[in-house]
Design a protein around this ligand. Structure first.
Ligand code: NDP
Ligand code: DGY
Length: 327
């Protein structure tokens, strides 16, 4: 089948699936933006007109303007992401458009990166590596480059979903004493593995040594980690965000880090992306910032590409998609 051809070629050549879609499908005409750089908005608006399906990235805002430009032919949107905050879901639902997305296959890679970022921030890895290069390493000193470890700690997870659980699973063997989590409702079936307690956000802030943000971005979670949240955290605590930048109020985070209200932060996601190189957060030694690389392994991106293509193809054929978002 076309999907099998795509899958084989992507695995062999480690390239995004859209490069192969055009040659692997005979009965579908593909118009593609053939670049790793994002498509300019004007090209997207012009290119989408009259199309039946759209395969998009999280960097493309699919809003009313794009949907209007597409017109009534558009029936399928397939996004190369598990996050869907870039899609105007209400408008999409109203128009009867089906949405495919890429859950599960990126959970391990994103959880692994979350743990790497947590360790980098709490054990001051970038700062230490920099000191080796710039002469800051003068000798072994008892308190130099000390940070905070996971052993005997309390870890609070904001959003114990697929990625939140995978993070907890990886952190447990480090000797974490207690897991807390928050969300829209208790999830005893997910929490039992970690004996995690469901707590209100305020209690999670007050009691956690590490706060890991792994929720989806929604109107409820936007700006959730703000001044009040940071003021409740311990001065020795570390915040990690691998969800979406907008869950954290960055001005409030900057103040919390500068004033020593919290010890450190690790962000894989920011607002905006990319973060301007003169952004105040980038001047801080106790803030480790990565360029949204949670799912960035060759195998994961390849699997995401294949899944996104299969979602699109199934949707276009009127079949059930491997992963369809319930709207
Ligand atoms: P899931 O849907 O499995 O988990 C999302 C979690 O968010 C759920 O546990 C949900 O809890 C929680 N949540 C929703 N509302 C709230 C709230 N008000 N307070 C606290 N928690 C809330 O998704 P995944 O784990 O697969 O992915 C999570 C997010 O991670 C994605 O939406 C995406 O934005 C981001 N992501 C980032 C990546 C990166 O590269 N950095 C890679 C992949 C994903 P409940 O069910 O109780 O509402
Ligand atoms: C997603 O899938 O939502 C990530 O942010 C990128 O993999």
């Amino acid at each position: 089948s076309a999907a099998a051809v795509i899958e084989r070629r992507c695995r062999t050549f480690r390239v995004p699936v859209h490069r192969w879609l055009a040659c692997a499908t005979q009965d579908i005409t593909i118009q593609q933006w053939d670049s790793d750089e994002p498509i300019p908005r004007s090209e997207l608006l012009a290119g989408v007109a009259g199309k039946h399906g759209l395969l998009c990235l999280l960097s493309e805002r699919i809003d009313k303007e794009v949907l209007d430009a597409a017109g009534s032919n558009l029936k399928i949107i397939s996004t190369l992401s598990v996050g869907v905050d870039h899609l105007a879901l209400e408008e999409i639902k109203k128009r009867g458009i089906r949405v495919g997305y890429t859950p599960d296959i990126l959970t391990d890679a994103t959880a692994e990166l979350s743990v790497a970022l947590l360790l980098a921030a709490c054990r001051r890895l970038p700062e230490s590596a920099e000191a080796v290069k710039n002469g800051g390493w003068t000798t072994w000193k008892p308190l130099w480059m000390c940070g905070y470890g996971l052993s005997d700690s309390t870890v609070g997870i904001i959003g114990l979903g697929r990625i939140g659980q995978a993070v907890a699973r990886r952190l447990k063997p480090f000797g974490v004493k207690k897991f807390l989590y928050t969300g829209s409702r208790p999830k005893p079936e997910s929490a039992v593995e970690f004996q995690a307690d469901f707590v209100p956000l305020t209690k999670l802030a007050e009691e956690s040594d590490f706060v890991v943000v792994t929720c989806s971005l929604t109107p409820d979670t936007k700006g959730m980690c703000d001044k009040d949240f940071f003021s409740r955290m311990k001065k020795t605590s570390v915040l990690i965000n691998t969800s979406r930048g907008a869950v954290v109020n960055q001005e409030d985070l900057y103040q919390a880090l500068v004033s020593g209200q919290i010890a450190a932060a690790g962000l894989d996601v920011t607002t905006p992306e990319p973060l301007p190189t003169d952004h105040p957060l980038l001047s801080l030694k106790n803030c480790v910032i990565l360029p949204h690389i949670g799912s960035a392994t060759y195998a994961t991106r390849s699997a995401m590409s294949v899944l996104a293509a299969n979602n699109l193809l199934a949707g276009l054929k009127g079949e059930s998609m491997p992963n369809e978002l319930q709207l």
